[in-house]
Design a protein around this ligand. Sequence first.
Ligand SMILES: [Zn+2]
Length: 181
Amino acid sequence: MKSFTWVGGRPSVNFTATLGKRLQDPFERIPAPEDLSRWFRDAGLSDDLVDVSPRTYSQAIDLREALYRLFTGTALDVDVVNRWSSRPLPGPRLTPDLTLERPATAANGLLTVLARDAVELLASPLGDRIHTCAADDCSLLFVDESRAGRRRWCSMNTCGARAKMSHYRDGLRTSVNSGRG
Ligand SMILES: [Zn+2]
């Protein structure tokens, strides 16, 4: 069972990470409808495992790829995302003791949730802050919410740490070479 990654900062951005290593050797983190169901739960979009039909599953993959193209600016094709974002969703409601009750949302409703998240993100100032990790072999997207806007890595624990390490090694090599003079 493949594990998921959550470096994107937004559900719609994290969703694009369910296809890993896009730029080199893509692998599917949600190869089957059950995996998508797990992803929805792990992403906090549903409390329980929802049923995902084969049809919803293939629509989810289409939506994911449309999101990726929009986030990376490779194709500004908004139709797929708009089709999902404009669908109605059951709203939250209050119980008599005034606690919020979130209606259980079916899998295709969760695609609407993801599409709306993307629409709001892309139309906001953060829409210009969606970046691909700077590591050559990493295709993860993230929303750079740092004040300076100079975040380069999906995570400082993985790609950021590796980059620092190789920078350090390059530094050593240079000093050894210059030592030989
Ligand atoms: Zn990375």
